[in-house]
Ligand binder design. Structure first.
Ligand SMILES: Cc1cc2nc3c(=O)[nH]c(=O)nc-3n(C[C@H](O)[C@H](O)[C@H](O)COP(=O)(O)O)c2cc1C
Length: 355
């Protein structure tokens, strides 16, 4: 019997492809949606027209529902000039030391304007829209609902769960401390909100009557069933899909994921100015201790862009961000449709073994 949330989202299987900016692609999203799950596309780095173009590409590949995900950010970024100078000097010195010819630049804009991205998302009209980094305004929630777009907010603590529930959203995605990528934390310092998924699901399930989407460290069907047993309606997997051929992760990143030990996965602020979970490497060893003096997201993210591009072009994967969750080494590299089929078979088997 399909769960109410699955019906609301128009999906038949209890699996959501986590939005992954920089790694999710229209092909990956469409593959998961075609397999009966909900493919989500992280479009937080994209300009409005690119959001519309990607939505059209997903639609061309499937008529199944899909989600678009944005970083909820203020339109105007307050840049801390001293922190910018400090970061540029440190980044330029690192590039020189590592033999990369690139140097930092000051872009015209630090990131696309959220209100323009939001307008593009409304125009694209996905079945589901999810948001991280902050709350929406009640008016923005209404705008989405008026277009019959289901609204999902990301939470990393009980207080954040309650804040989204007060906005009467359709579902809340829980981002456990295990999760790969940027922390969505908005009411606390990120290190205060490193709540493990086991604890977070139980806290949220007892506190609110909103369907829960559980993410963080789920890599197989047993993990999916465990999340459901704890009170989640559906599981959201990100890292599990990074090594799929449809993902945009660089090939070195894809190769590194299955060999990334749990103790090598850490919280990193120095790539983007915002805490994110990924693999500790040469860049992190050199820069993380300086991160307190660097500017916040999105300024730092824009400043590291030349270094990340130059390092990728030079095959220096030890200098680029390789986001992944704590259970990365359980990753299986295969086409997304095959992975979904295996995950669902494992989930059914785990369920049967408990019956
Ligand atoms: C490469 C990468 C990029 C991510 N980008 C986003 C994003 O744009 N928006 C978002 O809400 N979450 C983002 N996340 C977090 C995921 O949505 C999700 O919380 C996480 O992948 C779940 O944990 P797991 O990676 O252990 O499966 C990203 C995660 C990764 C690994």
């Amino acid at each position: 019997m399909p769960h109410g949330l699955l019906q609301r989202l128009g999906i038949t299987q209890p699996i959501v492809l986590a939005p992954m900016s920089g790694a999710s692609t229209p092909a990956l999203v469409a593959a998961v949606s075609r397999a009966g799950g909900l493919g989500s596309h992280g479009v937080g780095y994209l300009a409005p027209q690119a959001i519309l173009d990607d939505a059209a590409k997903i639609r061309a590949a499937t008529d199944r529902p899909f989600a678009l995900n944005l970083f909820a950010l203020p339109d105007d970024v307050q840049a801390d000039e001293a922190a910018i100078d400090h970061a540029r000097a440190a980044l330029d010195a690192l590039m020189e030391h590592e033999g990369l010819a690139a140097r930092t630049t000051r872009p015209e804009r630090w990131s696309p304007r959220f209100s323009d991205q939001f307008a593009a998302l409304c125009e694209a009209r996905p079945a589901v829209a999810s948001f991280t980094f902050n709350l929406l305004t009640p008016r923005q929630v209404d705008e989405l609902k008026r277009r019959d777009i289901a609204v999902v907010g990301n939470a990393t603590s009980l207080a954040e769960v309650r804040a989204w529930a007060a906005l009467d959203v359709d579902a809340i995605s829980l981002q456990g401390a295990e999760a790969g990528g940027h922390r969505g934390t908005f009411l606390h310092e990120p290190e205060e909100a490193m709540i493990g998924l086991f604890a977070l699901i139980r806290l949220a399930a007892r506190a609110v009557d909103v369907p829960l989407i559980a993410g963080g460290g789920i890599m197989d069907g047993r993990g999916m069933l465990a999340a459901e047993m704890l009170g989640a309606a559906v599981s959201q997997l990100g890292t599990a899909f990074l090594a799929c051929p449809e993902s945009a992760a660089a090939s070195a990143w894809k190769q590194d994921i299955p060999t990334t030990e749990d103790t090598r996965v850490t919280t990193i602020r120095s790539f983007s100015g915002r805490a994110a979970r990924g693999r500790r490497n040469t860049y992190v060893e050199a820069m993380e201790s300086k991160a307190g003096a660097f500017p916040a997201y999105p300024v730092m993210n824009a400043l590291t862009s030349p270094l990340r591009k130059a390092a990728a072009a030079a095959g220096r994967s030890d200098l680029v961000s390789e986001w992944c969750g704590q259970a990365a080494s359980l990753s299986r590299a295969m086409p997304a449709a095959e992975l979904v089929a295996i995950l669902l078979a494992e989930y059914a088997q785990a369920r049967a073994s408990l019956a």
